[in-house]
Design a protein. Structure first.
Length: 183
């Protein structure tokens, strides 16, 4: 069983229970004696600053989920040799989205609800690779820029890792395109 630090509201709730169960006991005399409630623990300053980036995290989550959907939608029409790579990319984008959702929850205390989307149509293989290459590079740049701007070291590390992953995804897409061009 894990120990969690009690908040002032927890003390009030427990005191009410003790008043019903054993009114003669006073396990929390500071609540009945007129003393002030214990001050709430100060919120971590870095979390307060990072909480402001909730919208940025939400946009990253939506981008990762859209990337995952795109890769999965084009999986069937991809050449057989490229299917494994597309599956790997879709899995990694989903992993990024889950990680960002966890981070979003840690920072805001709310679960992120992904937007409902309509499916996008499929496109020609080479055009898809070209478009996705540009989007992965743009995603890598966006993560790198966000990492530079944040003051939270943990968030910076995660964003830098995601930036490197996005650039690696772009490199994989370029290799797929190279393999499909006639010489």
């Amino acid at each position: 069983m894990e120990y969690e630090k009690m908040t002032p509201e927890d003390y009030v709730r427990c005191d009410r229970i003790w008043q019903r169960v054993a009114p003669e006991l006073e396990p929390y005399p500071h609540l009945r004696g007129g003393d002030a409630l214990p001050a709430p623990a100060p919120e971590c300053c870095s979390l307060a600053r990072v909480r402001e980036t909730g919208e940025l995290l939400a946009s990253f989550i939506e981008e990762e989920l859209a990337d995952r959907r795109t890769y999965l939608a084009h999986l069937r029409c991809a050449p057989p040799a490229a299917r494994r790579t597309l599956r790997q990319l879709a899995d990694e984008e989903g992993s990024h989205a889950r990680r960002l959702m966890g981070l979003y929850y840690m920072l805001t205390g709310e679960s992120y609800r992904a937007a409902v989307c309509t499916g996008e149509g499929t496109m020609l293989w080479q055009a898809l690779l070209r478009r996705r290459y540009g989007e992965e590079c743009a995603g890598g740049y966006a993560y790198a820029k966000a990492a530079e701007e944040t003051e939270d070291m943990c968030l910076r590390r995660i964003l830098q890792r995601f930036s490197a992953d996005e650039y690696r995804h772009a490199e994989l897409l370029l290799r797929l395109l190279e393999g499909n061009l006639p010489v």
